[in-house]
Design a protein around this ligand. Structure first.
Ligand code: PEP
Length: 229
């Protein structure tokens, strides 16, 4: 299983260090086949020791240059970061990243050999329109994305389940993952209000290879509880 923590705009450099210092010793007991990812805010990126992968929540597709407010490859290289989240719905929505922008970013970081967690997900009105609408919407988020890239992991995150406390049902996750798996051959995470109370039923679903967790990953004990559930 893959357990990925997305801190979003939470935690500081200091609290990320404290978090990792608390989590790292616990990870010596994790199942050998499990992988742990941590995506802190960019100000907290650093070199850390431990059996986990530190990644960037976002970066601009450039080595360096005149892109005020952004970080590029040079800033990630300083800390040996070669893992990135791309396509998160919060960036698609709040930062207006359209599919073309997302695909361009994907292509750049793929060419750099990064491991990419590529996020897709539908809004509530699409879910309410039925399975065919969900399929069409989600597959459109694969436009311009090389699904054969061997360092890519997909995260299915229904937007209506992110940060709302309302996870998708087991049936919704199972059927959506089955549809996605019939269209690509990469590990597939579920994200959207995953927490200690529902981690076991979600990771038990056929076609779920792991979870991407926001809110419930912010507390280190809560994240560890899910890893060891
Ligand atoms: C996320 O945004 O990646 C996420 C899954 O958030 P939450 O767990 O808070 O729903």
């Amino acid at each position: 299983m893959i357990f990925a923590a997305n801190f979003k705009t939470n935690h500081t450099r200091k609290s990320t260090k404290d978090y990792i210092e608390a989590l790292s010793p616990k990870l010596t007991d994790k199942r050998a086949e499990d992988r742990i990812f941590i995506f802190p805010p960019s100000t907290a990126l650093d070199r850390f020791e431990g059996d986990f992968t530190l990644g960037a929540q976002n970066a601009y597709p450039t080595h360096n240059g005149a892109f005020t407010g952004e970080i590029g490859l040079e800033q990630l290289d300083e800390f040996g970061i070669n893992t990135i989240l791309i396509g998160h719905s919060e960036r698609r929505e709040h930062m207006h990243e359209d599919q073309q922008t997302v695909a361009k970013k994907y292509r750049f970081f793929m060419e750099q050999g990064f491991e990419i967690i590529y996020c897709i997900g539908e809004p509530l009105e699409i879910r309410e329109a039925g399975d065919a609408a969900v399929t069409k919407y989600l597959l459109a988020q694969f436009e311009g994305i090389d699904l054969s890239y061997e360092k890519m992991i997909v995260a299915y995150e229904p937007i209506w389940a992110i940060g709302t406390g309302r996870s998708a049902t087991v049936e919704e996750i199972a059927s959506t993952h089955a549809m996605l798996k019939s269209n690509m051959n990469r590990p597939l995470l579920y994200g959207g209000s995953v927490k200690p109370a529902n981690i076991k039923e979600i990771t038990a679903i056929d076609g779920v290879d792991g979870v991407l967790v926001g809110s419930a990953s912010l507390d280190v004990e809560s994240f560890a509880e899910m890893i060891f559930a």
